[in-house]
Design a protein. Sequence first.
Length: 323
Amino acid sequence: MKTRITELFGIEHPIIQGGMHFVGLAEMAAAVSNAGGLGIITGLTQRTPDDLAKEIARCKAMTDKPFGVNLTFLPSVTPPDYPGYVKAIIDSGVKAVETAGNNPQKWLPALKENGIKVIHKCTSVRHSLKAEAIGCDAVSVDGFECGGHPGEDDVPNWVLLPRAAEELKIPFVASGGVANGKQLVAALALGAEGVNLGTRFIATKEAPVHDNVKQAIVAASELDTRLVMRPLRNTERVLTNAAVERLLVKEKEMGANLKFEDIIAEVAGVYPRVMQGGEMDAGAWSCGMVVGLIHDIPTCKELIDGIMAEAETIIRKRLPSFL
């Protein structure tokens, strides 16, 4: 299947693995890339630029296919060493970067000068148009269904994707809620040139996370995610657990008086405990509504091959039968 996304990144299938904290390690990225998609290492999971350079080297030892690095730009009192991370990406010869969070404009010249293709994650059409205007090569359009931060507009992909198609000239992928070939075909029909999978890739054999996390995803239904931090306008979709329900009670009781410090126990330092330690009630961790469509733990190759086979069957057989 050829699309503008497969051509842009030099990949076989129009499937990208999104950046995920303490999931996007070399093992994850290499497995996705080896299966024909675009694997992504999560930059800020690595504590320093030197650690990121080592992780990229580890990934290169596992695959000779293209892979990328996610770099999320967050407002912070003590920001990470972004110049160092950008330099590590450039020096390592990575040719694809997924940016997210704040506007990446400041970093684009250095990336572009080194032949790096940039795809920016956006939760609205206006942000997508801004990404196009500043020179991003593509955007990942993130619907309300997604795990992690869906923005504050609450527009799901059924409307967001065709709206993006009306406005954008650069290619975009559908992100949020994607698990199978039916959804790849639907995304293509709505104007996307591929899909971005996050939560679905956590429930794979190669995902470097505790088995408890994979089993929790398989056991969950589409009704088991919650939106937290809405009063702080930093909404995050997470899988429900005891800590999340406690957090929601605090949000309700404190209302407009809620501050980040009030919920720090439920949201800070959670990812290593959940993803590596398997402590499923440690706190709030990003998870999409797509859990309702996840029923097994395949290898990345089995997952991607299955998505592509289902998509091809629908395009060649089911859709033509309606005409």
